[in-house]
Design a protein. Structure first.
Length: 568
C-alpha cells in the first residue's frame, strides 16, 4: 500500500514540473460530444492512455484541439458566424470562452422513466433543463461557471400507494426508510436552480486542485457505473485530480480524491405516510448533511497497452459523526472488519463501497471491453471473502465494437452491449446484505437531493442494453433495446412468487436515438416505447391459473428526450 502511494506521489511531483495546460472540462453527460470523444479513441484519434473512467473529461490535451466544443472543426468550416472558441490574452497565460447554451427536454407519458440526467428529477410529464455559462483562465487559476435550471410539470401518476394496502405499505417503508428516494418530488410543479457544472481550480501540469459542483463519473461503464454517475444532481466537493494521464516508468496513472457534502430532500418516500388506521410508516431521517469522501485510481501498465485497472473506495457518514483526521481522511481504513474497532467494523454509522474495474481498449480492432465489480458490505476477513465472494456484490460488464464501412471510411456501424446487475446473488438465502446504496445507519443512503449517486437503475435494479448505430463524426443514428428489472431485492422480500409465477416489475424498452450537428447547433434525441409488466407489483384481477405475469397490470409509457446545444 505504501509503495503504491509513494509511486503516485513521485508521479505527481514529476507532473507538476510540466507546463500549464488548458483545464477545461467536457461535463459528464454533455450531449453528443462526450460519446464522440470515446468513439474517437476507438479510431485511434485520442490519446490511448486516457481511461474514460475518471470523468469529467479534459479533452484539450488528449486531442490537441483548440476548441473542445468543435473537435472536428465543422463549426469552424460552416457556421452562422465565425466561432469564437477560447480567446487568449496576457501572452497566452489567459483564456476566456462562452460555453455552449444547452436545453434538454424530456417527456414521460405515464410514469417516471430515465436516468443519468443530473438536475432533472424522476417525473411524469414534461420537464426541461437549461445550462450555459463561461470559462475563464489566468495562469494556473481557472473558473468554469456553468449553472443549471430545471422545470418539471411533475403531475400526479399512479404510484406504489395507489395499488397496495397496509401490509404492502408497511413492507415498503420497512425497506425504503433507509434511503432518501422520493417517488414524487413535491405535490406540484418543480423548479430548481443550481451551480451545475461549475468549478474553480488551480492546475499545474497534469494535476488540479479546487472546489467544484460538477457531476463525476467513476468507472468504465457507459450506461451506468456502480459508484458515481450523473444520475443525481452535482454536489459540492473539494477535489484533487489529474487532468491528463501521468506517465511514469511503470505505466500511466489517472485519479481523483474528493471530500464532499451530500444533501437530503427531507421528504417521505411516498405521499402516503400512514396506514388506513393512522399508524405512522415514515421515519424522518437525521437532520444533518453527509460527509462523503473517496478516491478513484486508474492504472495502465506500461507492458500491456490499452489495459486499464482501477480501484474505487468511498465512505458516507453523517457529518455530526465525523471527528478527527482519520475520519475525514479514512482511505487507509482496513478492508476487513476483523481489523477495525476491535473486530466490530466501523466505530460509528458509516457506509462504505469498494469497487474494482478494468477496461481493455483494442485500437487495431476498434473495440473495447470493460468490467466493474463492487461490494457494498465489507467481508469480516479474507476467509469470509474467499468463501462467499458474491456476498453484497454488484457488477457491470460491457463491450463496444466499431465496424468501418468499406465504401465510406469516415463512417461505421457501432455495436454496444452492457449488463448492469445490482440485485443480490443467491448468497442472500444464507446471509442478507441489504440493497446497494441502502444503509440502516446512514438512512439517506448513497444519494444526493433524493437521487442515487451511482447506477440510475437503483438499488436492486438490473439492466440489459443492446444498441446498434450508424456513426460519422459527430453524427449517430441507431436503435436501442433495454430490459430493466426494478428493485429486485425489495420485491423478493415483499412479493414472493405466486404459485411459482414471477411477480417482478420488468420494463421492455425499444427505441430510436441519434446525435446530429448542423452549423452552430448540436442535436440529441431519444424516443422509446416502454412496456411495463407487473407495474409497481400491483395485483389486479388475479387468476392463479396464469403462468407468467399478472394480467391487466401492464402499462405503456412513451419516453422522449430532445436536446439542443448552441455553440458560440
Amino acid at each position: 500500500m505504501k509503495r503504491i502511494f509513494l509511486t503516485i506521489s513521485i508521479a505527481l511531483a514529476f507532473g507538476l514540473s510540466s507546463n500549464l495546460i488548458f483545464a477545461q472540462t467536457i461535463p459528464v453527460g454533455t450531449p453528443v460530444l462526450e460519446d464522440y470523444y470515446r468513439r474517437l479513441q476507438l479510431n485511434g484519434g485520442l490519446d490511448s492512455t486516457v481511461s474514460f473512467s475518471v470523468r469529467p473529461l479534459y479533452p484539450a490535451k488528449a486531442t490537441k484541439v483548440h476548441n473542445v466544443y468543435d473537435p472536428d472543426s465543422t463549426q469552424q468550416k460552416d457556421s452562422w458566424f465565425k466561432p469564437t472558441g477560447p480567446v487568449s490574452f496576457a501572452k497566452g497565460y489567459g483564456a476566456f470562452q462562452i460555453l455552449p447554451l444547452t436545453m434538454i427536454q424530456q417527456y414521460n407519458s405515464n410514469h417516471p422513466y430515465g436516468w443519468n440526467d443530473g438536475l432533472m428529477i424522476p417525473a411524469k410529464g414534461y420537464q426541461t433543463m437549461i445550462s450555459g455559462g463561461f470559462f475563464f483562465k489566468i495562469g494556473p487559476l481557472s473558473i468554469q461557471f456553468r449553472p443549471e435550471y430545471v422545470y418539471a410539470a411533475n403531475p400526479i401518476f399512479a404510484g406504489f400507494a395507489s395499488g397496495h394496502g397496509d401490509v404492502d405499505l408497511t413492507s415498503y417503508y420497512n425497506y425504503h426508510n433507509h434511503i432518501d428516494q422520493p417517488e414524487r418530488f413535491g405535490n406540484g410543479t418543480y423548479t430548481k436552480a443550481s451551480l451545475g457544472q461549475s468549478s474553480i481550480r488551480l492546475t499545474f501540469g497534469p494535476a488540479s486542485i479546487g472546489l467544484s459542483n460538477e457531476n463525476l463519473w467513476w468507472g468504465p461503464g457507459i450506461e451506468n457505473a456502480l459508484v458515481m454517475t450523473n444520475n443525481a444532481p452535482g454536489f459540492k466537493h473539494l477535489t484533487l485530480n489529474t487532468v491528463r494521464p501521468i506517465h511514469t516508468f511503470i505505466g500511466s496513472f489517472e485519479g481523483q480524491i474528493i471530500a464532499a457534502r451530500l444533501d437530503a430532500t427531507g421528504q417521505s418516500n411516498l405521499t402516503v405516510t400512514t396506514t388506513s388506521t393512522g399508524t405512522n410508516l415514515y421515519q424522518p431521517k437525521l437532520n444533518d448533511w453527509r460527509y462523503y469522501t473517496g478516491f478513484n485510481l486508474s492504472y495502465q501498465p506500461r507492458w500491456v497497452p490499452g489495459l486499464f485497472l482501477g480501484w474505487i473506495r468511498t465512505f458516507n457518514a453523517y457529518h455530526s459523526d465525523i471527528h478527527g483526521f482519520s475520519n475525514y481522511f479514512p482511505f487507509l481504513t482496513p478492508f476487513q472488519k476483523a481489523d477495525t474497532h476491535n473486530a466490530d467494523g466501523d466505530g460509528f454509522d458509516r457506509d462504505q463501497i469498494t469497487s474494482f474495474y478494468a477496461r481493455w481498449l483494442f485500437i487495431k480492432a476498434k473495440a473495447e471491453i470493460y468490467f466493474e465489480y463492487g461490494l457494498n458490505d465489507n467481508s469480516y476477513n479474507y476467509a469470509d471473502f474467499l468463501g462467499s465472494p458474491e456476498h453484497s456484490r454488484a457488477y457491470i460488464f460491457g463491450l463496444r465494437k466499431l465496424i468501418p464501412l468499406a465504401s465510406h471510411k469516415d463512417q461505421g456501424i457501432l455495436f454496444g452491449a452492457e449488463i448492469d446487475q445490482l440485485s443480490q446473488s443467491s448468497d442472500r438465502i444464507v446471509r442478507q446484505a441489504s440493497g446497494w446504496y441502502i444503509h440502516s445507519g446512514v438512512n439517506d443512503g448513497q444519494t444526493n437531493e433524493g437521487q442515487i449517486l451511482g447506477a440510475g437503475t437503483g438499488s436492486g435494479g438490473n439492466l440489459q442494453t443492446v444498441n446498434v448505430s450508424w456513426v460519422s463524426g459527430l453524427k449517430k443514428l441507431g436503435v436501442i433495446f433495454q430490459r430493466y428489472e426494478h428493485d429486485t431485492d425489495f420485491a423478493q422480500i415483499a412479493f414472493p412468487d405466486i404459485n411459482g409465477n414471477s411477480r417482478n416489475w420488468v420494463d421492455f424498452a425499444l427505441g430510436l436515438q441519434g446525435d446530429w450537428g448542423y452549423k452552430n447547433l448540436l442535436f440529441n434525441a431519444k424516443l422509446q416505447g416502454v412496456k411495463s409488466l407487473n407495474y409497481e407489483w400491483i395485483l389486479k384481477d388475479y387468476n392463479p391459473n396464469n403462468t407468467y405475469y399478472i394480467p391487466h397490470n401492464d402499462v405503456f409509457n412513451l419516453y422522449a428526450q430532445l436536446g439542443v446545444t448552441f455553440r458560440f
